[in-house]
Design a protein around this ligand. Structure first.
Ligand SMILES: [Zn+2]
Length: 308
């Protein structure tokens, strides 16, 4: 990817390769520090240069390991991976010498995430990256003494290489977004969960309150409904695109309820929803599910629901 690149289809971010130039110096399941793990060591065009790399999706810093130069990141919402799966991304980057990432920090897709470096056990300047297609942050040693996630995938199954210059790809089956069209939710086993009428679901993620409909206790959310601001604002949004606030709880943008007064402002506040709903209908064209929230029918993109 290049600096500032974004890739969003069907309201879901594509998980992008964080490197502008990619020269792999150690591949997955290598003989050295990658034994038994899906990880890549990547350097840039010229060896020894601390090239920047960018956020493959909008990511939040979960953990930092100062001594070893590692940072654990997680996507704010579900993303689309190069193998077609839609799920959360939890990933580790390592060796950034500056180590200025802080827990809770959110980096928008395309903004700089760090620099290649030598911090920790690195033999040359590079970025070590390991990706889990899951929300699980478990990080444990395998039998070879290397740390891994529970749901790691090889990197060519994780990131799209649009605008990445592959100098040495180690024979990986690298894919661009054009190879993975946006697919429908029903009957496609590439997706982690298949939602049908009758399925029980919960909202999955932290959602921004984009606009408030005054006096009605309803709000608009572009991500959940696909309706843009001006359509909401000018009241051209159909009634089933306005979402009742009733079952939502105000949180900060990291998902914490501490110090929240439950007074929600359009364009400012964030909310979560821990209620369980039954899917009433599915719309295949838009990948949406109809829910009844506080007696109102609302269409929500299925990607932001999880089956429970
Ligand atoms: Zn490595």
């Amino acid at each position: 990817m290049y600096k500032g690149q974004k890739s969003i289809r069907g309201n879901i971010e594509d998980f992008l390769c964080p490197f502008t130039d990619m020269y792999i110096t150690q591949g997955s399941k290598g003989f050295f520090s990658h034994q038994g793990i899906y990880a890549n060591d990547v350097r840039g065009k010229v060896a020894g240069i601390r090239y920047p790399y960018y956020a493959p999706c909008t990511s939040k810093c979960i953990k930092v390991y100062k001594e070893s130069g590692q940072v654990m990141w997680q996507s704010i919402n579900k993303v689309r991976f190069a193998n077609g799966r839609i799920d959360y991304a939890t990933f580790m980057t390592a060796h950034d010498d500056s180590m200025d990432a802080t827990i809770g920090q959110i980096v928008e897709q395309g903004n700089q995430l760090g620099n290649m470096g030598k911090k920790g056990n690195a033999t040359g300047v590079h970025c070590h990256i390991q990706v889990s297609q899951s929300k699980d942050t478990t990080w444990q040693k395998n039998k070879y003494g290397n740390y891994q996630f529970n749901n790691e995938y090889d990197l060519d199954d994780c990131y799209f290489v649009d605008y990445t210059n592959i100098l040495y790809g180690m024979g990986g089956n690298w894919k661009t977004t054009g190879k993975v069209p946006v697919i429908e939710i029903s009957g496609n086993n590439a997706l982690d969960q298949i939602i049908y009428p009758g399925s029980k679901v919960m909202f999955d993620g932290i959602f921004h309150v984009d606009i408030i409909k005054r006096g009605t206790n309803l709000f608009g959310n572009f991500k959940l409904t696909g309706v843009d601001y001006s359509t909401y604002y000018n009241e051209r949004a159909a009634s089933y695109h306005w979402i009742p606030l009733a079952d939502f709880t105000e949180v900060d943008r990291y998902g914490s309820t501490i110090n929240q007064d439950d007074i929600v402002y359009g364009g400012e506040s964030y909310v979560i929803n821990n209620h369980i709903y039954e899917v009433r209908e599915i719309d295949l064209k838009t990948n949406s599910a109809k829910l009844v929230i506080n007696n109102r029918e609302v269409w929500i993109f299925s990607a932001f629901l999880k089956e429970v």
